[in-house]
Design a protein around this ligand. Sequence first.
Ligand code: UD1
Length: 429
Amino acid sequence: MDKLCIIGGIPLKGEISISGAKNASLPLMVASLLSDKPLTLENLPHVEDILSMANLLATLGVKLTMEGCGTSQNAQGKVITFDASTLSSRKAPYDLVRKMRASILVLGPLLARTGYAKVSLPGGCAIGARPVNLHLKAMEKLGAEIEIEQGYVIAKAPKGLRGANIEFPVVTVGGTENALMAAVLAKGTTCLTNAAREPEIIDLANCLVSMGAKIQGIGTTKLVVEGVETLFPATHRVIPDRIETGTYMIAGAITGGSITLRNARLDTLPAFVKKLREAGVILIEEEGKIHVSVEEEGLRGVDITTAPHPGFPTDLQAQTMALLCTAKGKSSIIEAIFENRFMHVPELIRMGANISLNGNTASIKGVNRLHSAEVMATDLRASVSLVLAALVADGKTTVNRIYHLDRGYEYVEAKLRSLGAQIERLKDA
Ligand code: UD1
C-alpha cells in the first residue's frame, strides 16, 4: 500500500484550486438512473470514489462518455455524460457496494424508474455502524415492499411508487438524497420533513430540477416533490468541495502560512468558518477566492460540537482536531453524528498531542510542537488529519494506508507540494 512521507515545519504559501465536491458528485451521478435521457456532469473530481460509482453505474448498464479529463491540479475536473437509456441490470452487487457505502443511493432511483432494485447492504465501517434503516423506511412509505435476503435489500413496487409524507427521525444526508430521487418519479406529492439541507443536497435538488423534477423548499428542512412522468436531458456543474476547502484552510493555518484557494466558497461552511475565526484564523473571501492566514498572536483553543448543516460538519472534525493540537489553551470537540469517529486520536497522541477522550467528547490541551512518527489512517478524514499534523511536526512523518485519502482528495500531494510542502508518495513495491 502507498505511503506518504512528509517533512514538517514549512509555512505553506501560494494558490491552489479546489476540486468538485465528491459528496455532491456521487448522488448526482446516481440521479442519471432516473432518466432515459443523458445527464452531463461537469467538474467531477478525479478520486477513487467517483471511479467506484462509475463502475457501479456501468455494471447497471449505464453508458458513460468522458468528454474531458483533469490531468493536473489546475485542470477543470472531468466532464462525463451518463446515458441510462441502456439500463440492463437492477442489481448492485456486494463487491461494489462494500467498497463505497454511497452505493445504497442507487436503491431509490432504480426502484422509482423500474419498480425493482436489489442492492447489497453496505454494512458498518470504521466510523460507526451506519445503518440504512431510514433509507428503507422511506422506500416503504413510498409504497415499496422491502425484504432482506442473504445480505441484499430487495425492493419491489410493481405498480410504481406513490407520493407520501416522510418524516425523518434523525437528519440523514444519504436517506434524504435517496428519498428525494425516488420521489421525483413517484405518483403524486411527497413531503420530506426534517430533511437534511447540506449544500450537496441543494446541488442534487438543483440538478434534478434542471432534469425536469418539481421540487419546492430547496435548502430547507421541508422538501415538497410533485412527481413527474418524464425527465429531460440536462447539464450540471458540480459545486466546489467544501470539505476539501476546509481541509486546505487548516493546512494553511496549521503551518502558520498564507495561502489562497481558488473556486472556493465560505457560505457553504458557516459554522466551520465561525470557529476557525474564533481560533485566530484570518479568512478573507473575494472574487471566488479565499485567502487564509493566521492572526499575529497565533492560534487559540475553541469548543466544537458537530451537527447537521448548517452546524459544524463531522467531515471536518478530525482535521480541526489536528489544528487545535497546537493552539494555545484548551479545546473540546463533541462528535454528535458518528459514534466512533475518533480513530485519529491515538495516532495524534503518538505525534505528541495532548488529548483525552471521554465518550463522544475529546478534550485537547495545546502543545508547543508535534513530532514526527509512523502513523496509520483508518478512514478518509482521519487520514488527512494526520497529513495536516505531519505538515507542522518536527522531522519526517510517514502516513501509512493512504488509499483512504485517494478515495476523496484529488491530487493531494501535488496540491500540497505546489504550496511548498515537502511531501512524497512512496509507491507500494
Ligand atoms: C454523508 C456523507 C459523509 C458525512 C455524513 C454526515 C456522503 C457520500 N457521505 O454520509 O461524508 O460524514 O453524511 O454529514 O455524502 N443514520 C441512521 N439510519 C440511516 C441513515 C443514517 O441511523 O438509515 C444515522 C447514521 O448512523 C449517522 C447519522 O444518521 O449517525 C447521519 O448519517 P447520514 O447523514 O445518513 O450519513 P451518510 O449519508 O452515510
